[in-house]
Write a protein that binds this ligand. Structure first.
Ligand SMILES: [Zn+2]
Length: 429
């Protein structure tokens, strides 16, 4: 019961502060940053900066590698990385999703082995997270509702949403599609939460009339929701597809009534590291003012965010036009004059989807300085149109030497994230 009371308390606080500081969010951020000093004092990594009264902008920028290398010093609970890893991995192998050390929940992020992040959450942090998810994603209601939630691996964080009015059903991505369909038809979920690639499979099943569900709300998580996929899904499910931008480092953004993602600036400070001269794309550097067990201060994410100005909903918090992939997916190629050109994944996406209205599924993988692999679902004619469109685009930036090879499958492993435009050149490039 105590946990639910905490959630209720944080939910009220969240709504109250959002209204009070809506147009003056920096006042709330400053207040919370000052309050956070007592948390940072407990972190070996940050205590000296606190004692020197260091302003936020002078804190070191950290990335995933530093965050993990300095795990022992950064966290405020005295948890050691090797023990945390062992505990979390063991839980994942046995698919027992309740690993804890000293009442602190452990979560493991996706990634290649050895490159996986680990995150900690205390009970208070879990309650805050649940409150934020209820407020911004699921929507608070006293009506009984069931939620179908697709996940690669469960964690305490997600199971803590469970309550008498929310029936929370977990779907393991590694299970077969046929079993998902059967369970979904029986469950008739009010809310469906899944990766866009899974939503696409479900939409095909709905189109084929094997899946018969009509959720009130559909939310895409964990992968990029491409515009063309979104239009297709909205057509099949006859409703807006919402999104949550959430990663190991926290709950970052959710969609407004216009369907655009806004950063949760009431508990996040977002700094923008611009990636182009026009300042339209940036890497977010996040400071999470709600974290206590594992402080997240000036953490640079490698996602490429395209900013949206003036969302019609009226919320002034930074809005996102699209999340375009990660910085490693920016393809750097030399043009005819020997100048290195930075090609954002979105440029290729446009070249492909604008080549034909009928293209539904595709991937483009850069495998070397002169070779791309292209998969297009559909006829050979569609493939040729897409290929020519990419070559035309490359020519427009004076790149003439690229060879595009056709591949016959989408090349995504089950349980892995779908990234349609990828850079898979060896790291030496
Ligand atoms: Zn908006």
């Amino acid at each position: 019961m105590l946990f639910k009371l905490k959630v209720a308390y944080y939910l009220i606080a969240l709504k109250f502060n959002k209204n009070k500081y809506m147009d003056n969010i920096s006042a709330l951020q400053i207040k919370r940053w000052n309050k956070m000093q007592s948390v940072l004092k407990k972190s070996k990594f940050y205590e000296i900066l606190v004692s020197q009264k260091t302003p936020l902008e002078a804190y070191p920028i950290v990335n995933k590698a530093i965050f993990m290398n300095k795990f022992d010093e950064i966290n405020t609970c005295g948890i050691k990385l090797d023990i945390a890893y062992k505990t979390a991995l063991k839980a994942e192998k046995t698919r027992d999703f309740t690993p804890m050390i000293n009442k602190i929940s452990l979560g493991l992020s996706t990634g290649t082995s050895g490159n996986r992040g680990i995150f900690l959450a205390s009970e208070n942090e879990r309650a805050k997270w649940v409150a934020a998810i209820l407020d911004r994603v699921i929507g608070f209601s006293l009506k009984k509702r069931s939620i179908a939630f697709f996940l690669r691996a469960n964690s305490n964080l997600y199971s803590s949403v469970k309550s008498t009015i929310l029936r929370f059903e977990y779907f393991d991505l590694l299970e077969s599609l046929a079993s998902h369909i059967k369970r979904l038809n029986a469950l008739q979920p009010n809310i469906l939460v899944a990766q866009p690639s899974m939503l696409l499979l479900l939409a095909e099943e709905k189109e084929a009339r094997r899946l018969n569900i009509n959720p009130d709300k559909i939310i895409g998580v964990a992968e990029i929701l491409y515009q063309e996929d979104r239009s297709y899904l909205e057509g099949i499910f006859q409703q807006k597809i919402h999104q949550v931008y959430q990663c190991t480092e926290g709950f970052l953004a959710s969609t407004c009534e216009e369907g655009n993602l806004h950063f949760n600036e009431d508990f996040l400070i977002i700094e923008k590291k611009y990636l182009n001269d026009e300042k339209s794309r940036f890497h977010p550097i996040i400071t999470d003012l709600s974290r206590t067990s594992q402080p997240v201060v000036r953490y640079e994410l490698n996602d490429i965010i395209k900013e949206k100005k003036n969302c019609k909903c009226g919320n002034k918090w930074t809005a996102i036009e699209s999340i375009e992939g990660r910085s490693d997916d920016i393809i750097k190629l030399k043009n005819i004059a020997g100048k290195e050109i930075h090609l954002f994944p979105d440029y290729f996406r446009r070249a492909i989807v604008e080549s034909s209205e009928d293209i539904r599924s595709y991937t483009l993988i850069c495998i070397s300085d002169y070779e791309f692999e292209l998969f297009i679902e559909g006829s050979q004619e569609h493939y040729e149109q897409a290929k020519n469109s990419i070559l035309e685009f490359l020519k427009s930036v004076d790149i003439h030497h690229i060879i595009i090879k056709q591949i016959k499958s989408i090349k995504v492993d089950k349980g892995n994230k779908l990234r349609r435009i990828r850079n898979e050149r060896s790291k030496a490039n």
